[in-house]
Design a protein around this ligand. Structure first.
Ligand code: NAD
Ligand code: 0WE
Length: 259
């Protein structure tokens, strides 16, 4: 019997079969969880419905996390279908593309900064806020972060402060919801070739650098992130909250490579 048997998980952020959210959904379904999915817009509807079917799920709902009304609609549906929610996975980030290259100070704008914070950080607590009446002792919330929350990374620019904000958001949620038995954590994943990483200048070089310098001398996969996520959101991690777990082949511990 899987270690998530009987758990009901909402997974936000599947766009393709390379999405980190898909690696998470597959691992959670394998461990016995029932999954509900959302898709950002109509272009993604059929693809997400097809993937949902592969995990035996028919609960697939539209959700642009910038819209409170859509967040409420998703929670209304879940209340009707499930009554309670055990797991929420937030695997969403966005900043205007033109701000993800070049000089940080020169390219950042007030609107870009605000949008990155709104979509990539605020939306995590917005989901928790709307789903709050359905969360129960033992529920677990998870968001996806990146090393640039705590170290500078070339070109990640305005997304760096957004990930720093996401991790602080996670800690405040953990402190606030902890007394109710609800856990909140982040996974900080190493770079992976997903849609969000497609067309990012220098991505290939970054993956190569990872393989040369990370303690495990390789990159990580969505399956590995998925397994860590399934663990963190299960009762196996009942004592863990407010944590950022690095699933990055150890890259974050390196100060200087031996070469
Ligand atoms: P992805 O493109 O597969 O997923 C990003 C998702 O965000 C998509 O499903 C997209 O539809 C969704 N999204 C964007 N704006 C949205 C909005 N307004 N409303 C609803 N959904 C919206 O890419 P991914 O790499 O799997 O990214 C998932 C998460 O993992 C992000 O938080 C990202 O920052 C994080 N992450 C990615 C990497 C990497 O290298 N790929 C590394 C560390 C962390
Ligand atoms: O979090 C991310 C990507 C987030 C992202 C990606 C895009 C591309 C499309 C946010 N907003 C947008 N906006 C778009 O229009 N990652 C961790 C992957 C990533 O992105 C980088 C990286 C890495 C790694 C950008 C620059 C440098 C490194």
């Amino acid at each position: 019997m899987g270690f998530l048997t009987g758990k009901r998980a909402l997974v936000v952020g599947v766009a393709s079969d390379r999405s980190i959210a898909w690696g998470i959904a597959e691992a959670m379904a394998r461990e016995g969880a029932e999954i509900a999915y959302t898709y950002q817009n109509d272009k993604l509807k059929e693809r997400v419905e097809e993937l949902a079917g592969q995990t035996g799920s028919r609960l697939v709902m539209p959700l642009d996390v910038a819209e409170d009304a859509q967040i409420d609609a998703v929670c209304d549906t879940l209340r009707r279908e499930w009554a309670q929610v055990d797991v929420i996975v937030h695997s969403v980030a966005f900043a205007p593309r033109e701000q993800l290259s070049g000089s940080y100070v020169d390219t950042v704008t007030r609107d870009g900064f605000r949008l990155a914070q709104d979509i990539s950080s605020y939306s995590f607590v917005a989901l928790a806020k709307a789903a709050r009446p359905m969360l129960v002792p033992g529920s677990a919330l998870l968001a996806l972060s990146y090393l640039a929350a705590v170290r500078t990374i070339p070109n990640y620019n305005v997304m760096g402060p957004a990930k720093a904000s996401l991790e602080a958001n996670m800690r405040f949620m953990a402190a606030d919801l902890g007394p109710s038995g609800i856990r909140v954590n982040c996974i900080s994943a190493g770079p992976i070739k997903t849609l969000a990483a497609a067309g990012i200048g220098g991505m290939r070089i970054m993956l190569h650098y990872m393989e040369k310098t990370a303690p495990l001398r390789r990159c990580v996969t969505i399956e590995e992130v998925g397994n860590a996520a399934a663990f963190l959101c299960s009762d196996l991690a009942a004592g863990v909250t407010g944590q950022t777990l690095y699933v990055d082949a150890g890259y974050h511990v390196i100060g200087m490579s031996p070469e």
